[in-house]
Design a protein around this ligand. Structure first.
Ligand code: SF4
Ligand code: SF4
Length: 67
């Protein structure tokens, strides 16, 4: 099943990924990361279609998408 994962230690909380996801599968986490950001996270299982838009736009290369 397609899914995306955010490396929370790389994420800087810019939320560009949330803006580009065509399926609205990404949301802001309510937990602080070690670096002091609220990282992005997948919002619901089975939502992702592995289009890679989030991984392509992330300036911090924090997203991996699995098919
Ligand atoms: S685009 Fe990358 S750095 Fe920005 S919120 Fe998403 S995962 Fe974090
Ligand atoms: S790969 Fe596409 S569908 Fe999946 S979370 Fe990223 S932008 Fe959304």
């Amino acid at each position: 099943m397609p899914k995306m994962e955010v490396d929370v230690d790389r994420c800087k909380g810019c939320y560009l990924c949330i803006q580009v996801c065509p399926k609205k599968c990404i949301e802001k986490s309510d937990k602080f990361s070690k670096s002091g950001y609220y990282p992005a996270k997948d919002s619901k299982e089975g939502c992702c279609i592995a289009c890679q838009s989030c991984a392509r736009i992330c300036p911090d290369l924090a997203i991996r998408v699995y098919k």
